[in-house]
Design a binder for this molecule. Structure first.
Ligand code: NDP
Length: 274
């Protein structure tokens, strides 16, 4: 029996996930089918219940349902609980288990694919929305010197930083500010704002970048985003979010199937299809 999975979102036609998971399945010899699922904006929970009734084994969740998926899950993995957002669901008997692989995917892309270690590095995280929330813990687990979270709405950045302030293991490592207060150069700058979606960029100062900075935009596309162009023009090495997309998919696949696919060739193929 072929096990069924899908990605739920609205809109969903643009999603690359079916191609990526189908390639993972072929590579690892897993018998799965993976498709797109368009859920009505007010019908996420009904859609999930229908998928479970049809025997689906799990689903990825994308915009705008990641927070709703977190509240619908009957059990949350630690990283999904801290993120307050779920991008991977698995259906186990009566349980709907929520996980978040966006952060581990980003970190795998930085550490393995870009070859940049995070230990003792200064990391600037731009944005404090769903995607940003999911990456703080996975970055902290690599022992950076500091994570500075800068956001347009300062209070949201403060709230996110405060989540980690009470953890002895990470005391003093995470701080928050507005874009205007970003100070000094960083080893890694991550654009987790959605500004690139409207071909804009967050007002990050040029002084945040220097020779050797890795500047990663979570967005991906055929052409470099304004953030990537700005960072490159100030000495940084710019990278888009396609590697993160493929790595978060690999992590979800490993959760569902217990086998981790190789990502390099599939990242290359997905890039050619953009
Ligand atoms: P959210 O809507 O949850 O958060 C958006 C964030 O962007 C907020 O911090 C918001 O600030 C900020 N923002 C929006 N517009 C601007 C602007 N013009 N200038 C400065 N800040 C702005 O989105 P997500 O966190 O879900 O997604 C963020 C990005 O990450 C998207 O581009 C998405 O496509 C990408 N992404 C990529 C993934 C991948 O696998 N490559 C996975 C997940 C996300 P404020 O709080 O002030 O509103």
């Amino acid at each position: 029996m072929t096990d069924k999975y899908c990605v739920i979102g609205n809109p969903i036609a643009h999603s690359r996930s079916p191609g990526i998971h189908t390639a993972f399945a072929a590579q690892t010899g897993q018998d799965i089918a993976y498709e797109r699922c368009l859920a009505p904006l007010d019908g996420f929970a009904d859609t999930v219940r229908e998928l479970i009734a049809q025997g689906y084994r799990g689903a990825n969740v994308t915009v705008p349902f990641k927070l709703e998926a977190a509240s619908m899950a009957t059990r949350l993995e630690e990283r999904a609980r801290l993120a307050g957002a779920v991008n991977t669901l698995r259906f186990e008997g009566d349980e709907i288990v929520g996980d978040n692989t966006d952060g581990p995917g980003l970190v795998a892309d930085i550490v393995r694919n870009a070859g940049v270690a995070l230990k003792d590095k200064r990391v600037l995280l731009l944005g404090a929305g769903g995607a940003a929330r999911g990456v703080v813990l996975p970055i902290l687990q690599h022992g950076p010197a500091a994570i500075v979270i800068a956001n347009r709405t300062r209070a949201t950045a403060d709230e996110l930083a405060a989540q980690f302030a009470g953890q002895a293991a990470h005391a003093g490592q995470v701080s928050a500010c507005g874009f205007e207060d970003v100070d000094g150069a960083f080893d890694v700058v991550i654009n987790a704002t959605s500004a690139s979606l409207s071909n804009a960029m967050p007002p990050v100062p040029a002084s945040a970048f220097c020779q050797g900075t890795l500047a990663l935009d979570m967005m991906y596309g055929k052409a470099p985003s304004p953030f990537m162009q700005f960072a490159a023009s100030h000495g940084a090495t710019a990278r888009d979010g396609l590697g993160m997309l493929v790595e978060q998919a690999a992590e979800a696949f490993a959760i569902w199937r217990g086998v981790r696919p190789q990502t390099a060739t599939i990242l290359e193929q997905t890039r050619q299809q953009l």
